[in-house]
Write a protein that binds this ligand. Structure first.
Ligand code: HEM
Length: 181
């Protein structure tokens, strides 16, 4: 995955485990401890997954819970990445609705190695978006966390319900996001 995501994971885990704790997670994950991620690089998904698994076995937190919390923490950084693509009038559901057609589309065009997932949305009512997420990485927990992080960024409360999931045999993950008053 793109170096931005790996760097964000390092920042997230270093904040919780300290620099030495991070080194131990790398060792446990079988990743090179001298590894220096750079923003423009690409790094193996396997490494990302193994580091999160190491953090899970160290803390006892479920892997999905770590992805979700990490997603919430990285969302503000992602929103800053292409500020011109994020209309200042948008709120949470507008960002979600435009992630595929505006944001991930540009990520794909500008970063030849990047393969951000398909985030296709319908908006059955002004306060509700239903995301259909598909990716061979099956990181819907990360997607749910990103939704939470975007909502937190805009100071909105959301309820998230995943009615169908690739990890439970579905063809896609269906994630409904409802803004609460
Ligand atoms: C706000 C601006 C956003 C930017 C700039 C952004 C950018 C990116 C980038 C660079 C990647 C790595 C792709 C790769 O290396 O192959 C990625 C992955 C991902 N994005 Fe976004 N993203 C944004 C918003 C969102 C939102 C709102 C969601 C969910 C609703 C989302 C869901 C994901 C997921 C789940 C991945 C992990 C890879 C996968 O599932 O295949 N992104 N994104």
């Amino acid at each position: 995955m793109h170096g931005i995501i790996h760097l964000a994971l390092r920042k997230y885990l270093q904040a919780r485990h300290g620099p030495e704790g991070w080194q131990r997670l790398l060792e446990q994950a079988g990743a090179s401890t001298s590894l220096g991620y750079v923003r423009v690089g690409y790094y193996p998904d396997e490494e990302f997954i193994a580091i999160v698994a190491a953090a899970s076995s160290k803390t006892g937190a479920a892997i999905d819970a770590i992805y979700e919390d990490f997603g919430a923490s990285v969302a503000p950084d992602l929103l800053m990445l292409y500020p011109r693509l994020v209309n200042p009038e948008w709120r949470t559901l507008d960002v979600l609705f435009n992630t595929e057609s505006t944001i991930h589309r540009v990520v794909r065009a500008r970063n030849k190695g990047a393969q951000p997932p398909a985030i296709n949305c319908t908006r059955p009512s002004p306060d509700r978006v239903v995301i259909t997420y598909t990716s061979p990485r099956k990181l819907c927990a990360l997607a749910r966390g990103l939704v939470r992080g975007v909502a937190r960024h805009y100071g909105e409360r959301v309820e998230i319900f995943e009615s169908e999931c690739m990890l439970r045999g579905g063809n896609a993950c269906k994630i409904a996001v409802q803004v609460k008053d």
